[in-house]
Design a protein around this ligand. Structure first.
Ligand SMILES: [Zn+2]
Ligand SMILES: [Zn+2]
Length: 415
């Protein structure tokens, strides 16, 4: 296509995408149940053992442009985890919550003071494990967990502590569509269990958050879907993916790879802790297009490359799956990981628009046309592909062998 053609196509697309441009709330891509978008280097302050410290290649945050994970260190392994604590509801920034369950109470954050049923409380509030119904402005969720609440700058900081298998079931329900076949749910449960156990503590307040940064957890949701997710968790209880050396795989997943999954080391860097490999897949191509201002590309490139760069000087290196694995500034010679560039673009343009790292870019006038395939980082389990293959009779074990050829399922207590 010549420059004039590109300019015309861009002009046509700008009209077509104007409304989509308004929504930049990436992380509730979560709310569609198709998430696990963005593996990245860990961004949280980690206080767990050094083995977990910033070594995760599969943090799902867009918040860091530092995509080079530290090598995994060889510290002793912690005991098997049986509980998972999760910072919940942070996206809603609740100031007031109504809780019903083993007891009923109203909790308010007033500055850094927690007010429970109208009375200031000097400490954090801890509520025993049970089935809690949590309601606040714009939210109504149910959790089977113990809860802890604190007030911080007028917001309630809520941490839910789940039994591991309750957490796995809730994530499996939150991360999948309601019509997902059972074997795909089982594969998702094993993947989610492995991921949370391998990822270590990723937040100051808790091991995980309830957003795509870690794994989406939206409370219990539809009863029937949750029941199937619980069955999937129960039927795979205690099964994790292990790497050849015995470590639990930091097994990532994503909504749709667009026909070929991505190479884990190319996306997250070495050493590989995912057990995944780039494999052809039968999911649909899931094409996407976005027109963004050229200035946005320049800003994203400058950010990713750590120095000024012009959009016109950029060269995108892509792997065999089509994923951008490296961006090079021909003017300065600087280069950066494709993942960092993708992240910098997505955080500016919105993750609903820059849907995957598998894209090409064409400049026209003061705009750039990005055309890509898939949804998410493309590494590991492809949810669209797993659902499709499970409908064709594949078992969870076959699905995992397909997406994670360098990992084997095994019992948690075997190691
Ligand atoms: Zn998180
Ligand atoms: Zn796929």
């Amino acid at each position: 296509m010549n420059a004039a053609g590109v300019a015309m196509l861009i002009a046509a697309l700008v009209v077509g995408t104007a409304s989509a441009a308004e929504s930049t709330d990436a992380w509730d891509g979560a709310a569609t149940g198709r998430s696990a978008l963005l593996p990245a280097a860990g961004t949280s302050t980690v206080r767990a053992s050094p083995r977990h410290a910033r070594s995760s290649p599969a943090a799902r945050a867009p918040s860091s442009t530092s995509a080079t994970p530290a090598p995994a260190s060889r510290a002793p392994k912690p005991a098997a985890d049986t509980q998972v604590d999760v910072r919940i509801l942070s996206k809603h920034r609740p100031a007031r919550l109504r809780l019903d369950g083993p007891r009923s109470l109203e909790v308010v954050a007033s500055g850094n003071t927690l007010i429970v049923d109208g009375r200031p409380q000097p400490h954090a509030l801890r509520l025993d494990a049970g089935r809690w119904h949590v309601r606040g402005r714009g939210l109504d969720r149910r959790y089977e967990a113990a809860l802890s609440l604190e007030a911080r700058d007028g917001e309630l900081l809520v941490v839910a502590t789940f039994e591991l298998e309750t957490y796995v079931a809730a994530v499996t329900a939150s991360e999948t569509e309601v019509d997902t076949p059972f074997e795909a749910l089982r594969a998702q449960a094993i993947t989610a269990r492995s991921y949370v156990l391998a990822s270590g503590k990723r937040h100051d307040e808790a091991r995980a958050c309830d957003l795509t940064h870690c794994q989406v957890l939206r409370g219990e949701g539809f009863a029937r879907h949750l029941r199937r997710a619980r069955d999937a968790a129960r039927s795979t209880e205690g099964i994790v993916l292990r790497l050849p050396g015995g470590d639990i795989a930091l097994s990532p997943f994503h909504a749709s790879c667009g026909g070929h999954t991505a190479e884990p080391v190319a996306v997250f860097g070495a050493p590989d802790r995912t057990g995944a490999a780039a494999v052809p897949d039968r999911c649909p191509a899931s094409p996407w297009r976005a027109v963004v201002p050229r200035a946005l590309v320049t800003a994203a490139a400058t950010d990713a490359l750590g120095g000024p760069a012009q959009a016109a000087d950029l060269l995108l290196d892509r792997d065999s799956s089509g994923a951008v694995v490296r961006v090079v500034d021909r003017a300065s010679g600087r280069d950066a990981r494709g993942d960092a560039f993708f992240r910098a673009l997505g955080s500016r343009a919105g993750w609903d628009r820059i849907r995957s790292a598998k894209f090409s870019m064409t400049l026209g006038g003061d705009q750039a046309l990005l055309e890509g395939q898939g949804h998410g980082h493309g590494v590991g389990l492809c949810q669209a592909g797993a659902a499709l293959l499970a409908r064709q009779g594949w078992t969870a074990e076959q699905l995992l062998a397909h997406y994670f050829p360098h990992a084997l399922p095994g019992k948690l207590q075997d190691k």
